[in-house]
Design a binder for this molecule. Structure first.
Ligand code: ARG
Length: 258
């Protein structure tokens, strides 16, 4: 995770970001700290990367890389406003403990667009990550990659429209995907939890599951009920301040898989 010390909305690269709308650094920081405490309380080992002044979106650590089997593919951002974040991730992972660390060749926004199920990698495109990045990820990690196309600009990253709950379980908002991708998803995950638009619109799918507890934005009340019915324990988090930049629980969290 990355402390939102320098968080702000100073530019707009997704429909949520309005630089004319004021942000509160104190509220953002307090909300983020509660998320940190929630993860620690659930028993997770949380590592931190140092925030960099002038990189206000760096709080969204999910975008920094994809980490799987101890291998690290560091992001290449689409927008110039975020490009310098990659250097911090290269440096952080370069400190050791990882078998391979390299930066993606094609535009690749890390776990914003690449989500790992048990065996395969679900890969988003349409707004941010380049479709060529899907092939690059397949080769780099040697895992099957399922390409999915996003069509609603509010859900510009895969992790705003879909969350992996367990090895073979996901939840998603069908309206965020092209008809073809919707068909792929319903074939691959016939028992998926399907989110209503109201829950997707408060970023309810931007959630993090450990297989049992699912931390998700508190506003997604309907999704919390669906999760409980499916046997999960929903844990609400308030990240409304960071949502002004188009991010929430999952965006703040990069998973480190050894
Ligand atoms: N303002 C950031 C951007 O548009 C938000 C990133 C959210 N991160 C995510 N994993 N969806 O790039």
């Amino acid at each position: 995770m990355c402390n939102p010390m320098y968080f702000d909305v100073t530019y707009s690269i997704n429909p949520w970001m309005d630089p004319d709308r004021p942000t509160s650094p104190q509220t953002g920081l307090a909300q983020w700290k509660r998320l940190f405490d929630t993860f620690v309380g659930l028993g997770h080992d949380v590592r931190l990367i140092e925030p960099v002044p002038g990189l206000p979106d760096m709080v969204f650590a999910a975008n920094g890389a994809i980490v799987l089997d101890g291998k690290v593919l560091v992001a290449r951002f689409r927008h110039p406003q975020r490009r310098d974040e990659s250097a911090s991730y290269l440096e952080w992972f370069g400190r050791g403990g990882w078998s391979t660390v390299q930066q993606a060749e094609h535009v690749n926004e890390g776990e914003g667009d690449f989500l790992c199920t048990g065996g395969e990698i679900l890969a988003g495109t349409g707004f941010r990550s380049d479709p060529r990045a899907h092939d690059e990820v397949r080769e780099f990690f040697g895992r099957p990659v399922i390409s999915l196309t996003l069509v609603d600009p509010r859900f510009y990253h895969l992790d705003t429209a879909l969350a992996v709950l367990g090895d073979n379980e996901v939840m998603y908002y069908p309206g965020a995907f092209s008809p073809q991708s919707r068909a792929v998803l319903s074939e691959r995950f016939p028992d998926a939890i399907l989110a209503e638009e109201a829950d997707a619109a408060v970023f309810g799918l931007n959630a993090l599951s450990d297989g049992r507890n699912v931390v998700l934005p508190r506003g997604a009340a309907g999704l919390a009920v669906q999760l409980r019915e499916a046997g999960y324990d929903p844990v609400g988090a308030d990240l409304t301040e960071l949502l002004k930049a188009g991010g929430s629980v999952k965006c703040c969290t990069l998973e480190l898989r050894e």
